[in-house]
Ligand binder design. Structure first.
Ligand SMILES: [Zn+2]
Length: 587
């Protein structure tokens, strides 16, 4: 059974789409009657993502992604429609109990969450029990307090292969459920618990739902850290450890610090640095960067100053700037971990390190300078410029990029122009390569000729979506439209306006009548109005333009027929028709 429209309506009324979107896109700024930001769904440098509070809609003029509140949350959180309604209903305080069951996929995810919660409680109870003494001593040795242990819900996997599964079976969980959740696995000895003799770190997504576990070996053994495998709930590249707690602190401080592992995050949170997170395992991905961008545009990458750490930091930093994030890098002296550093030098000193983090280009340039003997030989300079060009080209902001070029030129003592030349050379090769790889995108960038011709038809529909009271009498234009899509939309507009020409919720009503063209309807209703727009005057002018263009097209067709017929062979009625059309066009 579909969700009742009244529930959706209540949610729409109570939640402001601008407020919801802003939680994911903090850079959203007012621009006249609408709000704008760089699009969260595609990479761009100038904002074409638009949100309208009055209409309850969003639309990106860059990638044509658009919809209402539900579409947005569904897409951002990767939820089903049902789950989205549930989430937003909770947020809006609207009573909503889905009467019918969830789809099999939804049911599967809900079962998995339940199984994971069960395992989490099992591990946690064990850590706090008498068998957890040595694990608790280890935690204490790492300087973590009892409150921290409870906050992060740390647990213990005992030193055997069956404790968890026995407890789970006794609570009616099936083997299939345990395997699907990634907490048990089949071996030649039958079903085995995934973790044995490990300190357990529940991994929560940004919404605070347990989606996986990490385990650190207690005592000797390999690997030191182990995560449960990826499941339908858990994808490593979409989760940052600690973000469920860090989110508000990141927004408040307007910065995030990227650390290396769970223990670093936990220690930093305990010390009051709550804007810290870590990827799971070593790899930081563009999805992680996008996730962070929902909270802030400033990220500090704190890394281990060994070769592997430096490489990882540089890689992560480049991924972050590509997403338009301002990146700085810092490392702690003596190769200390954050907890060791804070214990030895105190919180103020740690904060000082963060506040004095290096700009990415400084970091990269200094690394290069350390690689070659001084004074720099010409070949060394050339090699350095080539290497640094990679970083320079990733900087999306042209002003910052120019400053970076200046810095690099000064440090290496070469002419700025030479750095720029090298950059342009590289850019050309890359863009040529990109064109080859993505021919369809290059084609999409050049609008088809017919588009300019459609301006009047498009404007008319766009304006009527805003001012449906002027739709009366527009039915006669439907047949004169050149574009099938726009004609069908105009028909829906006329029909919707005949029932109710109230501007509030009008686009929604049109969408229902023209389900095949909802994206177009959203785009047109979000297109900006000219500054001096006058509904009566401009809509009338538009109607005249549409009629004129229709006549023009007929005239062109008739002229073509006359031409095909050839001189002296032209039927009289064709000539009469041409004359009539020419007359009509004059009026
Ligand atoms: Zn977009």
């Amino acid at each position: 059974m579909p969700i009742q429209e009244s529930v959706l309506e209540q949610i729409r009324q109570r939640l402001d789409i601008v407020e919801i979107v802003r939680q994911y896109v903090p850079s959203l700024k007012r621009a006249g009657r609408t709000w704008k930001a760089c699009c969260p769904f595609h990479k761009e440098r100038t904002p074409s993502f638009t949100v309208s509070s009055d209409k309850g809609l969003y639309y990106c003029f860059g990638c044509q992604e658009g919809g209402d509140l539900f579409d947005f949350v569904m897409k951002m959180e990767n939820l089903s429609f049902n789950e989205t309604v549930k989430k937003l209903a909770d947020l809006a305080g609207v009573e909503y109990q889905p009467q019918t069951g969830f789809s099999p996929a939804e049911q599967r995810r809900m079962d998995m969450r339940k199984t994971l919660d069960f395992a989490k409680k099992f591990y946690q109870k064990l850590l706090l029990s008498s068998s957890g003494t040595s694990a608790r001593n280890y935690i204490k040795g790492r300087g973590l307090t009892k409150e921290t242990t409870l906050k992060f819900e740390l647990g213990l996997a005992p030193d055997n292969f069956t404790s968890l599964q026995q407890a789970a079976r006794a609570n009616h969980y099936t083997d299939a459920q345990l395997k699907e959740a990634g907490i048990c696995t089949t071996s030649k000895y039958g079903l085995r618990d995934y973790f044995r003799n490990r300190l357990i770190f529940p991994i929560l997504n940004q919404r605070g739902e347990t989606v996986a576990f990490g385990g650190r070996i207690l005592g000797q053994g390999e690997p030191k850290y182990l995560n449960t495998p990826e499941t339908v709930l858990f994808s490593k590249s979409h989760v940052l450890y600690g973000l469920n707690f860090a989110g508000p602190a990141i927004r408040k401080a307007n910065r995030a610090v990227l650390l290396e592992g769970y223990m670093d995050v936990i220690a930093c949170h305990q010390a009051g640095f709550e804007y810290t997170v870590a990827p799971l395992g070593t790899s930081f991905t563009p999805d992680h960067a996008k996730l962070l961008k929902r909270y802030t545009d400033n990220v500090i990458v704190l890394f281990d100053p060994d070769a592997a750490g430096i490489k990882a930091a540089l890689r992560g930093a480049l991924i972050l700037i590509e997403q338009g994030i301002f990146v700085q890098v810092a490392s702690l002296s003596e190769g200390l971990d954050p907890d060791e550093y804070i214990a030895k030098y105190g919180k103020e000193k740690f904060e000082y390190v963060l506040d004095h983090a290096q700009d990415l280009i400084q970091f990269h340039t200094q690394l290069q300078l350390a690689k070659y003997p001084q004074p720099l030989q010409p070949q060394a300079k050339a090699a350095m410029v080539s290497e640094l060009t990679e970083t320079l080209l990733k900087q999306p902001d042209p002003i910052v990029r120019r400053e970076w070029v200046k810095y690099v030129a000064e440090q290496i003592q070469v002419e700025e122009d030479l750095v720029l030349q090298r950059m342009h050379g590289k850019q050309r090769t890359t863009s040529r390569l990109e064109q080859k790889l993505r021919p369809q995108r290059a084609a999409a960038a050049t609008p088809p000729k017919a588009q300019t011709f459609l301006a009047a038809e498009e404007n008319l529909v766009s304006w009527l979506l805003r001012y449906p009271q002027y739709a009366t009498g527009c039915e006669e234009l439907i047949n004169q439209f050149d574009s099938r899509t726009l004609a069908e939309l105009l028909q829906a507009v006329c029909q919707a306006a005949a029932q109710n020409n109230d501007a509030a919720g009008f686009t929604e009503r049109v969408k229902v009548l023209a389900p095949a063209h909802t994206q177009m309807a959203i785009r047109l209703s979000m297109t900006e109005l000219p500054d001096d727009f006058n509904a009566q005057r401009d809509i009338d002018a538009c109607k005249r333009a549409v009629k004129k263009e229709a006549l023009q097209r007929q005239l062109t067709a008739v002229r073509q027929q006359i031409k095909t017929a050839g001189a002296g062979q032209v039927p009289a009625e064709l000539l009469q028709k041409m004359a009539a059309l020419q007359n009509q066009l004059k009026n």
